[in-house]
Design a protein around this ligand. Structure first.
Ligand SMILES: Nc1ncnc2c1ncn2[C@@H]1O[C@H](COP(=O)(O)OP(=O)(O)OP(=O)(O)O)[C@@H](O)[C@H]1O
Length: 659
């Protein structure tokens, strides 16, 4: 059924529409955010020179140079841990190299990551869906991150869902899809911005054979329109089938780079016959000890149909992989004749594959005298694919630093919108704790306990005293919850921010968007609570409505503090310290339930500099006494503190998302 959805018709629909300037909202159409329409003709899609990157003390990418012509399909292969994903993250402008220079689609990725990302599509290795929103919303939200208008993003999502055969699942949650369907969703998301360069990190993992063929078909069609593909995969037949060029990485270095067939031809004869060897443990051990896995070595005790291998294989190149023996030759007829003469019966003779070539090259390197120089046939024009020596890197003057971008309010609004979309669906579950908790506290502490409290000591009824204090607590709690647990889960577990930063969204945009959403919650909850307090007659001053906007700086202080804390914690349990050792004592001791002058002097001094205390006093000044000068003093203090915390909060996610 879904085969047809990959067909020519839907594909054409998907590729064409974004070339219109009208599809991107004007506020995002500036040179720094080039958007999908900045399409100068390019000869090289990727120009990387001497790229290195460490993760801690481990050198994951070590002096890699790459030149990928526009329109090329480039395969990156290598064993686990070779550095493919690290290199792909550099190409996607989400990870800066420690050393070296990298231009992608004409943009220096360390200086202008947004401009580069606007023209790149990324299919990541991990499942980085936004699991809090629906399948279709994943695509519309991502379209919004790329600057599409709401209507355009919706239309684009429908086109892409149809193309990858997920229309019937548009209203499902991503985690309910099968693994292969989830990967198709990732592929659709990568195409939202009609990218010029598509980076696919193991895209066919988890796809069934039919879906894999469909993926290849789709990639063929994308390439036919001049798009550049870079694919990492462990399926080498996929590279042979798809790629114009393959780069082989090992231990972070380029070992080989060539057209797959040229690499095979430069390494091995054209054909191979594959034979099962008797696999007695003694034989395997003896072969290993004698180094018989190496092409051309003696395999005296291995026999095929009673003949020793050398007797019929002659001087042919041989390669042992496990219990299989591969014998190579340039002529099918010769191989077949010799096998028949040896009485080996029918055997499949097949063309030598990339897998065979890489095995042979690995074995040669393992046994060759130490010579790190890679085999690099036929490099394309450009900076080349070789590796500079360690001396060159040590001599490199500059250490590459990724620019810290200023937050974009337009993109932050899209993060805010995503949170709002989620809230619209789940407000019933958050409404109870956030709306009613302060009301219950007022009823129990203010009205109930207040019956036993001498109102004369505080100059008003106890409930009137507690009500504005709880308003400040509501502002604090409303703001802080969003940037602690929720942001932590998106950052560390769901990893949906990892996906967002492959679009022009940068970590400070996410931080700003989350702060804006925290303030929205603060505004809504304090507004509703104040309305209840006023209805009960505990907000006598005419200035009381001003308390809602005036408490926003208090919310911002705690939202910034929560976000900074979130940027430092590794485990969600750490929040119990934050809530138990910081927020609870503040709530109990900052003058909400009794005047701070009742505290011992040291504790009183600490309590009275706390932002919550200033929020409580600000709230009382506006809700009870209407004392505007006193309110202005507390407000000024809170504004100053929030400005101090804002910078660190905006960059608190940078280290996690771009390192
Ligand atoms: N964020 C990180 N922190 C610490 N080490 C890392 C990080 N990312 C990668 N590494 C290490 O860097 C090396 C290269 O990892 P990378 O994921 O780039 O390899 P890969 O070739 O993509 O591997 P695979 O084929 O398994 O996906 C590995 O040793 C890995 O453990």
């Amino acid at each position: 059924m879904h085969r047809r959805t990959y067909g020519q018709l839907s594909y054409q629909k998907v590729l064409l529409p974004l070339n219109s300037h009208n599809s991107v909202e004007p506020e995002l159409a500036d040179p720094a955010f080039a958007g999908p329409f900045a399409r100068a003709p390019l000869t090289l899609a990727v120009e990387g020179h001497d790229l290195s990157r460490r993760h801690g003390s481990h050198l994951a990418v070590d002096g890699v140079s790459l030149a990928i012509p526009a329109g090329e399909r480039h395969g990156l292969v290598g064993p686990n841990g070779a550095g493919k994903t690290t290199l792909m993250r550099m190409l996607s402008a989400t990870l800066a190299p420690d050393h070296g220079s990298l231009r992608v689609l004409g943009h220096d990725v360390t200086r202008h990551p947004r401009a580069a990302k606007a023209r790149i599509g990324v299919v990541p290795q991990g499942m980085t869906h936004d699991n809090e929103i629906l399948v279709r919303e994943n695509l519309t939200t991502f379209g919004r991150y790329h600057g599409l208008s709401r209507r355009r993003a919706a239309a684009r999502a429908d086109e892409l869902l149809e193309m990858v055969g997920l229309t019937a699942h548009a209203r499902a949650m991503p985690q309910t899809l099968s693994g292969g369907m989830q990967r198709r969703l990732l592929i659709a998301r990568a195409l939202v911005n009609d990218p010029d360069l598509i980076l696919l990190d193991e895209p066919s993992t988890g796809l069934d054979p039919e879906s894999r063929v469909m993926l290849w078909d789709l990639l063929d069609r994308l390439c036919a329109t001049g798009k550049t593909l870079v694919i990492t995969t462990h399926y080498l037949e996929e590279v042979e089938r798809l790629c114009d060029r393959v780069t082989v990485l090992r231990a972070g270095r380029v070992r080989h780079s060539s057209h797959p067939r040229r690499l095979i031809a430069a390494t091995l004869p054209k054909y191979v016959v594959e034979l099962d060897l008797p696999a007695s443990e003694a034989t395997v051990a003896a072969n290993k000890a004698a180094g018989n896995a190496v092409a051309g070595s003696t395999v005296a005790e291995n026999t095929v149909a009673g003949n020793t291998v050398p007797a019929w294989a002659g001087e042919r190149e041989r390669l042992r992989v496990g219990n299989r023996l591969l014998v190579f030759g340039d002529s099918v007829a010769d191989l077949t004749r010799d096998l028949a003469a040896a009485g080996a019966g029918d055997h499949l003779v097949r063309p030598a594959s990339l897998q065979d070539a890489l095995h042979a090259l690995d074995r040669r390197e393992e046994t060759a005298p130490a010579d790190p120089a890679p085999v690099t046939p036929a490099a394309p024009p450009g900076p080349g694919t070789g590796r500079r020596g360690a001396g060159d890197r040590q001599g490199a003057r500059h250490r590459t630093r990724r620019a810290l971008p200023a937050p974009s309010p337009a993109l932050a609004r899209r993060i805010w919108w995503r949170d709002f979309t989620l809230f619209r669906k789940s407000y019933r579950t958050t409404i109870v704790p956030n709306f009613f908790e302060p009301v219950f506290s007022l009823a129990a502490m203010g009205i109930g306990l207040g019956f036993y409290v001498d109102g004369a000591a505080i100059g008003s009824s106890y409930a009137s005293f507690v009500a504005p204090g709880l308003l400040a607590v509501t502002a604090m709690n409303g703001a802080v919850f969003e940037v602690t647990y929720n942001v932590f889960v998106r950052l560390r577990h769901a990893r949906s921010y990892d996906a967002a930063v492959t679009s022009p969204v940068e970590p400070p945009d996410i931080a700003l968007g989350e702060l804006m959403w925290a303030l929205t919650r603060c505004l809504v909850y304090t507004g509703v609570y104040l309305a209840i307090v006023a209805a009960l007659g505990y907000a006598p001053a005419s200035t009381a409505p001003l308390a809602v906007p005036a408490l926003l700086p208090l919310g911002l202080v705690f939202a910034c503090a929560g976000l900074i804390f979130t940027g430092t914690v590794r485990a969600i349990n750490a929040y119990s310290y934050f809530y138990t050792l910081v927020l609870t004592p503040l709530t109990l001791l900052s003058g909400v339930f009794f005047p701070t002058k009742r505290l011992p002097p040291v504790l009183r001094a600490v309590a009275e500099v706390s932002p919550l205390h200033h929020g409580v006093e600000l709230s009382r000044a506006l809700v009870i006494t209407g004392d505007l000068p006193a309110a202005a003093g507390h407000l000024g203090w809170l504004v100053a503190l929030s400005l101090v915390l804002l910078g660190p909060a905006l960059y608190s996610l940078q280290r996690h998302l771009c390192a």
